[in-house]
Ligand binder design. Structure first.
Ligand code: INI
Length: 155
């Protein structure tokens, strides 16, 4: 007996992807964006097929992701941002609303979304995950999105 296995090839050729990115903590988010763009191009994608949309903060990203997904112009949407804990509970609301909203937008539109939102207790944690010793979470989210697009095409 052979198990039928469906897997995604990490080939971005011809894919149109919208990147939704927050301006808040832009010195971190810009590293996530450049890592993601570099990833797509190194996997056969073209910068001409990428669209970058900037929003004020993580809270505003789901509605833009939803509108982009509903437009029918994109194979996937990549959400990139960085939320860093402060002195008040604001962090918790921003993180959970962004995660919930992106998941909802993806499910209702049927368009896959990569979730590259750093949720960190400190600036050091964010720096570590934006292209230094913790890798680059923008790259990881881009890779997860690419794999998901290619799997969904086959289902
Ligand atoms: N938005 C972020 O993207 N990152 C943060 O760390 C952050 N903090 O800490 O406040 C943040 N807040 C702004 C929020 O996303 C909205 O833009 C704001 O509440 C206006 O609607």
């Amino acid at each position: 007996m052979t198990v039928q296995t469906i897997e995604g090839q990490l080939n971005a050729k011809g894919l149109k992807v919208a990147i939704v990115a927050a301006r808040f903590n832009d010195f971190i988010v810009d590293r996530l964006i450049s890592g993601a763009i570099d990833y797509f191009v190194r996997h056969g994608g073209s910068e001409d097929d990428l669209t970058l949309v900037r929003l004020p903060g993580a809270f505003e990203m789901p509605i833009a992701a939803q509108k982009l997904a509903r437009s029918g112009k994109y194979d996937g949407v990549l959400v990139l941002g960085a939320v860093i804990r402060g002195a008040t509970p604001h962090f918790d609301y921003v993180c959970s609303e962004c995660a919930k909203g992106v998941a909802q937008a993806s499910m209702e539109s049927g368009v896959p979304m990569g979730f590259g939102l750093l949720t960190c207790d400190s600036l050091d944690q964010a720096i570590e995950r934006a292209g230094s010793k913790g890798g680059n979470k923008g790259v990881e989210a881009a890779s997860a999105l690419l794999e998901t697009i290619r799997v969904l095409e086959q289902l």
